[in-house]
Every structure is written in structure tokens, then in C-alpha cells.
Design a protein around this ligand. Structure first.
Ligand code: ADP
Ligand code: MG
Length: 402
């Protein structure tokens, strides 16, 4: 795993044609086809503006939805081109194809300071197959490849990894930011390093638990996954969510934590109810003594206070997975308290995971933590310490070839 990759600010892009891989996989209204959330387009602007200001010609590309390897007007990137035109205040030509005649003609005529957009990469099945010939055709449009679609770097697709065999490849600002914050926290944490894990399933987070157990000083386990740990230690968890087939695994994790001298904390108490739909106010009980038929749906107040004080004493905190069924306000207290503790300005605080990011946003705290990762699956794999194809293929910082 490396976070020492070259970025656009390390190279000269003037008068160069840049193939820029963006994440324009934005949500569209099913009926009208209009963009319902342009957040991903907006977040691509700093890289695009920088490249244009530096005198590069930008050939942007992205996938959108799942057109299944076929051309389809429903998944055309024209809507993105229109929105980019408005946001940049300059025309963004959209090619009628990806590597065809129109793309080649427009790319060939593109001048420094101009930008165009290729059609949806997934109109070609070769994109997801990482077909070398398709990658070579894509690469032939440009002089340099810039990777900025962090959410896709765990996929070895032609526009993510394949093109790097034909062009020098560097990171754009969005990717650079993720590498800096997540890579930095994992490889060079300011101690004590605390990992807070939650969410519903242990089985979703096996790699994450393993990697963070090695790297962090303290592992806090909350959310639904805590009950599998509690049951493995002989606790009564009532009807709480539990993965029977992971009991052995979590026992092994507990043993390993002891061996490594790491603290592994579970929630002392829990808010319980008959079911998520239960209309009575939730009760608080000890997490090891949950009555039969009741389920733990949030960490309790004692657990939340304990977790908060450990987070506040940390140097670096990585948090993935809500502490409870936060979508229901009744069970959002633990998640909210963890999110608020993360905003302590002394801590390097990293939030990863779709639901954890959504929770942080819903509490209005997104701007007050060090970094909220945008990657979903890519973030999880990065946090697992895996080598990701879209990152590994980039030039190292000390490479002198460009
Ligand atoms: P992320 O997307 O941040 O990686 P996950 O997808 O792993 O997080 O977990 C989020 C889900 O876990 C949420 O839908 C939340 O309601 C659920 N969850 C958390 N705690 C519990 C619990 N005690 N019982 C049931 N579901 C829970
Ligand atoms: Mg999720």
C-alpha cells in the first residue's frame, strides 16, 4: 500500500492533452432524466479548473450507471456535459462515442484550455473487462492520464488501470486528498490511534477489523456487529443481530487483540426494543444481559460516554460504521455522539463508509472532521490495506520520467 503517488501538481501539464478519469456517476431522475444531485460534478471542478488554467487540454471521461456494454441514450453523459458547461462557464463538447471517429476528431482538435467529454465508458463491455486494445485506443487520445475517480480505484477497469500501461499516470486533487488523509492515517498515524467500527455485519468488515487491529492502539466495536462479539464472550444478546457463523472468527480476533496488547472495547450498555418498529421509548440495559426477545439497536449512554472520552484522547481516529440504527432518530444517539467527538480539533479524524458519511452529513458535521471519504467500496478496501489497482498504477512521487 502506498500513498506516495505523483499528482498533477508535481508535473508540467502545459500544452498537454490530459485523459481525466472522473466520477460522473451521478443520480438521474427516472422520469425526466435530469440530474438529481450534482455533488460529484462539483467536486471534480478543482482538478478540471487547475488543468485548464495550467494550459492543458482536458479529455474527461466517466462511467454512468449500468448500460451493460451497450450504447443507450438513457445513460448518455450529455446531461453531465450540459451541467459542466454551466459550472465552468465554457463549452464542454460531448463526443458521440468513446473511442470512435467523433471522439478522435474532437480530441485531435482540442486546444490548450479547452475541455471535452467522452461518452459513457460503459457503452463498451471492454471497459469493465480491462481490454488492453480498448485501453490503448483510449490512451491514444492523450499524452497523460489523470486519475480522479477515487470511488472506482478498487476496480481494474480499462479507464482506471488499463490506460496506465500506455500513458504516464498521476493523481488528480480528489484522489490525492484521499491518499493523503487515509494513507496518512493508516501509515503514519498520530498516536494514540483509535479505530471505531460499527455497522450491522461483522462479515462486511473482516478485512477492516484485521488491518485496523494491526495498526490501531485501540479498537472500539459498536453497532450491530458488537453483539456477535458479545455473544462470543458468553453474553446474552436476546434478539440482537448476530452472525453465528462468525463467532469463531471474533473469538480469534479477541485472542489476537490480547496477544498484540491492543484494547478491544465493546459497548457496556445498549438501547433495546422489541423491534425497530417498537413505538415504546427504548430501554437501557447492560449489553451482556439483554433480555430474551429484545434487540440492541444503539449503544447505551454509558458506552457512548466511554467511547467519546477515548476518541477525545486520541491522536488519530478512523471511524467506519454507525453505532446503531441511526436512520431512526430514536437509535441515533450513539452515532451522533461519536460523530461529535470526532470534530475535536486536536484529532485527525477520518470518516469512511457510505452510511457513516451519510450520518456525519445528516448531523451537519461534515465540514468539522478532518476528512470524509467519498469512496464507498474503494474506501473500505483502502482501509483494509489492500493494494488498489487504480492507485498502484500511478507513478511514484520520486519517479523522474515526466
Ligand atoms: P458503512 O456504510 O458506513 O460502512 P454499514 O453499511 O456497515 O456502514 O452499516 C450501516 C448499517 O448498520 C445501517 O443501516 C445501520 O442501521 C445498521 N446498524 C447499526 N447498528 C445496528 C444494530 N444494532 N442493529 C441493526 N442494524 C444496525
Ligand atoms: Mg453501508
Amino acid at each position: 500500500m502506498s500513498n506516495d503517488k505523483k499528482s498533477i501538481s508535481d508535473i508540467n501539464v502545459r500544452d498537454k492533452k490530459i485523459l481525466l478519469r472522473c466520477d460522473f456517476n451521478i443520480p438521474l431522475d427516472k422520469d425526466t432524466g435530469a440530474i438529481t444531485d450534482d455533488g460529484r460534478i462539483i467536486s471534480a471542478l478543482p482538478t478540471i479548473r487547475y488543468l485548464l488554467d495550467q494550459g492543458a487540454a482536458v479529455i474527461a471521461c466517466s462511467h454512468l450507471g449500468r448500460p451493460g456494454g451497450k450504447r443507450s441514450s438513457e445513460f448518455s453523459l450529455r446531461v453531465v456535459g450540459d451541467r459542466l458547461t454551466e459550472l465552468l462557464g465554457k463549452p464542454v463538447k460531448v463526443a458521440m462515442d468513446v473511442i470512435g471517429e467523433d471522439a478522435r476528431r474532437l480530441a485531435g482538435a482540442l486546444k490548450p484550455g479547452e475541455i471535452m467529454l467522452l461518452e459513457n465508458l460503459r457503452f463498451h463491455p471492454e471497459e469493465e473487462e480491462n481490454d488492453p486494445e480498448f485501453a490503448r485506443e483510449l490512451a491514444s487520445l492523450a499524452d497523460i492520464f489523470v486519475e480522479d475517480a477515487f470511488g472506482s480505484v478498487h476496480r481494474a477497469h480499462a479507464s482506471i488501470e488499463g490506460v496506465s500501461h500506455f500513458l504516464p499516470a498521476v493523481a488528480g486533487f480528489l484522489l490525492e486528498k484521499e491518499l493523503f488523509h487515509i494513507g496518512g492515517a493508516l501509515l503514519n498515524p498520530k498516536p494514540p490511534f483509535v479505530a471505531v467500527l460499527g455497522g450491522s455485519k461483522v462479515s462486511d468488515k473482516l478485512g477492516l477489523i484485521e488491518n485496523l487491529l494491526e495498526r490501531a492502539d485501540t479498537l472500539i466495536i459498536g453497532g450491530g456487529m458488537a453483539y456477535t462479539f458479545i455473544k462470543a464472550r458468553g453474553g446474552d444478546i436476546g434478539a440482537s443481530i448476530c452472525e453465528e457463523d462468525k463467532l469463531e472468527y471474533v473469538r480469534a480476533v479477541t485472542v489476537k487483540a490480547e496477544k498484540l496488547g491492543k484494547r478491544l472495547l465493546l459497548p457496556a450498555d445498549s438501547f433495546i426494543a422489541d423491534s425497530p418498529e417498537d413505538t415504546n421509548p427504548p430501554e437501557v440495559v447492560l449489553s451482556f444481559n439483554i433480555p430474551e426477545g429484545k434487540m440492541g439497536l444503539d449503544i447505551g449512554p454509558k458506552a457512548a460516554n466511554e467511547f467519546v472520552s477515548i476518541i477525545k484522547d486520541a491522536g488519530t481516529v478512523i471511524w467506519n460504521g454507525p453505532m446503531g440504527l441511526y436512520e431512526n432518530q430514536k437509535y441515533s444517539n450513539g452515532t451522533r455522539m461519536v460523530a461529535i467527538a470526532m470534530t475535536d480539533p486536536h484529532i485527525i479524524s477520518i470518516v469512511g463508509g457510505g452510511d457513516s458519511a451519510a450520518a456525519t452529513r445528516s448531523f451537519g458535521l461534515e465540514g468539522r472532521v478532518t476528512h470524509v471519504s467519498t469512496g464507498g467500496g474503494a474506501t473500505l478496501e483502502f482501509l483494509e490495506g489492500r493494494a488498489l489497482p487504480g492507485i498502484e498504477c500511478l507513478l511514484d512521487k520520486d519517479d523522474t520520467s515526466i
